[in-house]
Design a protein around this ligand. Structure first.
Ligand SMILES: Cc1cc2nc3c(=O)[nH]c(=O)nc-3n(C[C@H](O)[C@H](O)[C@H](O)COP(=O)(O)OP(=O)(O)OC[C@H]3O[C@@H](n4cnc5c(N)ncnc54)[C@H](O)[C@@H]3O)c2cc1C
Length: 600
């Protein structure tokens, strides 16, 4: 086992990990940072983000509006102190990116341009054409390489976090090109390992999004918070799951069913407003739009494609010039993967698993309950996303909480004495022995693909857009069995160099742990809120469930589910209203007094 000493070890070099690394290097160049990533940083999923990042910048907007959109969009399950901090810091972070070289798209006058986004009632999404994530990640990456104190460990697969005397002191990782096991001994650790969409069969998420970091934190006793909330994005390409950004609708694209009818008006999101449309309908929040698809499907109003039912995203009226300028990547994707050029034809789309609202339980400073361990980005749950994240809040979240995680971890590292406690190395060797032990498993007929396919199919069945007790129970039972089966999956490839068979087993173990937290948290939440919709409990129940769920690891047993309070500072739970209903309520509130929280 190789031993590397660093002050701070970071697992993940996507947007959150890079932002954290830069924050540490800027605040204290004497701190040595080990930046560990299972892929080259520019291949992290942040690169795939298309639409943009939210932050108040326009004169007609305000922090209060961004706060209200985020809190109501999250169906009041957001922690409002975290949201306040987030929306205030957002414009600063996005401007900082501009100063580091991010080429935000401009208005003709040369100002930063914005586009409307779902659930945001005023447009505030900064964008760089429809390649925003690429430009953001590139900006962070090129900034990070200026700092000598950041040492990169690309293509290292982290497997374990090490806790000694109650303090997180390191990370175990496999160097993929050699198969050697490394112990990164550190004074503090940040997990910034992204989401876990791959636990579902149909997802926008890249193949690397297997929830490894969430599982690592969970196994050392950090609860995973609000895991039942899984976001479906309404416009994925059937077959591949490739995303067509919400920017398509932000720029004016409309959704129609097989009869050419704008069906969203039937689901509390209408009426269709006149062009240029800025409110509701297609710009409703993702949970509502995905649920509307489900109902259209039940009514037989979908078009059928080789890959199942779909509705149509029509952008033809935007014209070729605008599509080429604002949505060039979308045109490319729809043409290449569906054979549909949006300039000339509507594009079939259907809901696709996109984002985990839940994740590693942290406080507002990105600190987990284990001293020395921080988490930021999609793997973490602060929580600003509650029961349903608004599009374009995530990229900004990486920056705001990535920086906070970096500053917090740097502070801890300064307080910890030099030297490696003996127990850290012992634990490292135990982890190494466990990894090597995987090669000794007998082949009893189990395979990664067999177990993984059973898991993903069952997750869609039990924890999809609409859920029932019966289907969730079947998924709970099956995931329990699959966790037993995964322990019998052999590593057939015995070589050391880029052993993807070995990674497949490790990723599958992580995905099963994560799947189990999702479905066990879901089955005990007997209400419908945001992305968690139950056919057997259709109403939101604030009395019983205005709480964050916490799933705690119990080894071979099922997770223990407990709850903690939601922080409410100024917006009391109210009905989520969009479109005409929201406007009517806002008018009534203005004429008749307070109406606080309503129609936020
Ligand atoms: C197609 C798509 C489009 C999106 N568009 C938008 C958008 O327009 N606006 C918006 O706000 N949000 C968008 N999102 C969401 C947003 O992009 C993600 O939530 C965000 O980029 C996640 O960033 P992250 O830094 O947390 O993780 P990632 O960028 O996923 O990075 C994770 C890092 O962790 C590393 N890692 C993981 N496991 C291990 C391991 N075991 N060992 C070592 N390293 C590991 C990876 O190598 C990687 O470097 C989109 C998401 C997708 C999938």
């Amino acid at each position: 086992m190789e031993i590397v000493s660093a002050d701070v070890a970071i697992v993940g070099a996507g947007g959150a990990g890079l932002r954290a690394a830069i924050a540490i290097a800027q605040s204290d160049p004497s701190l040595k940072v080990a930046l560990i990533s299972k892929v080259y940083p520019m291949r992290s999923h942040t690169v795939a983000a298309e639409g943009g990042a939210a932050g108040v910048i326009r004169a007609e907007d305000s922090l209060e509006h961004h706060f209200n959109d985020t809190v109501s969009g999250g169906d009041w399950l957001t922690d409002q102190d975290a949201v306040e901090l987030f929306i205030e810091d957002a414009p600063r972070q996005l401007t900082q990116l501009e100063h580091w070289g991010c080429p935000w798209s401009r208005t003709p006058e040369g100002r930063v341009n914005t586009r409307p986004f779902g659930g945001m009632k005023i447009e505030r999404t900064w964008f760089a054409a429809d390649k925003s994530g690429f430009h953001i990640l590139h900006t962070l990456f090129q900034t990070s390489i200026q700092f000598e104190s950041i040492e990169r460990y690309d293509e290292f697969y982290a497997t374990d976090l090490i806790v000694e005397d109650g303090h997180c002191r390191g990370v175990v990782a496999i160097e993929m090109r050699s198969g050697r096991v490394f112990l990164f001994h550190a004074k503090s650790v940040i997990v910034a390992s992204g989401g876990a969409g791959r636990i579902f069969p149909f997802t926008t998420n890249g193949a690397i999004k297997t929830g490894d970091g969430m599982a690592m934190a969970y196994r050392i006793g950090v609860p995973l918070k609000d895991m039942e909330f899984v976001q479906y994005h309404p416009t994925g390409l059937p077959g591949t799951g490739i995303l067509l950004t919400e920017g398509c609708r932000g720029e004016g694209g409309i959704m129609v069913n097989k009869d050419g009818y704008r069906y969203l008006q039937d689901y509390g999101l209408g009426p269709p407003d006149p062009w240029p449309r800025k409110k509701a309908m297609e710009l409703g929040p993702r949970d509502r739009l995905s649920q509307a698809f489900w109902h259209e499907q039940q009514k037989g109003n979908c078009v059928s494609t080789t890959y199942g039912d779909a509705v149509l995203l029509d952008m033809r009226h935007l014209g070729e010039k605008k599509i080429n300028e604002r949505l060039p990547f979308v045109r490319d994707l729809a043409s290449s993967y569906m054979g549909k050029d949006p300039v000339h034809e509507p594009v079939p789309v259907r809901p696709v698993v996109h984002y985990m609202m839940g994740g590693i339980h942290t406080n507002i400073d990105a600190a987990t309950p284990i001293p020395g361990l921080f988490a930021a980005g999609e793997c973490a749950c602060v929580s600003i996303n509650g029961a349903n994240r608004l599009g374009s809040n995530s990229l900004t979240e990486l920056l705001v909480f990535g920086q906070r995680a970096g500053l917090g971890a740097a502070e801890v590292a300064r307080q910890v004495a030099d030297g490696t406690p003996a127990g850290v190395e012992t634990q490292g060797r135990e982890a190494e022995a466990r990894i090597l032990g995987l090669f000794d498993r007998e082949d009893v007929g189990e395979s990664v693909a067999g177990v993984r396919n059973a898991m993903t199919a069952s997750m869609e069945e039990g924890a999809g857009i609409y859920r029932t007790e019966e289907a969730m129970q079947a998924t709970c039972d099956l995931i329990g069995q699959l966790r037993e089966r995964v322990a019998k999956v052999p590593v057939k490839d015995k070589s050391k160099v880029f052993n993807t068979d070995l990674m497949g087993v490790l990723e599958l173990e992580a995905m099963l742990d994560i799947s189990q937290t999702v479905v066990h948290s879901a089955i005990v939440r007997k209400e419908s809120r945001g992305s968690h919709q139950r056919l057997d409990f259709e109403k939101r129940d604030d009395e019983a469930f205005l709480k964050h769920s916490l799933a705690t690891y119990r080894g071979a047993d099922v997770p223990e589910i407990s709850y903690c309070d939601v922080v409410i500072t100024k917006s009391q739970p109210a009905e989520r209203l969009y479109g005409g209903a929201a406007e009517a309520a806002a008018k009534e509130a203005k004429e008749g007094g307070s109406g606080e929280g309503k129609a936020a």
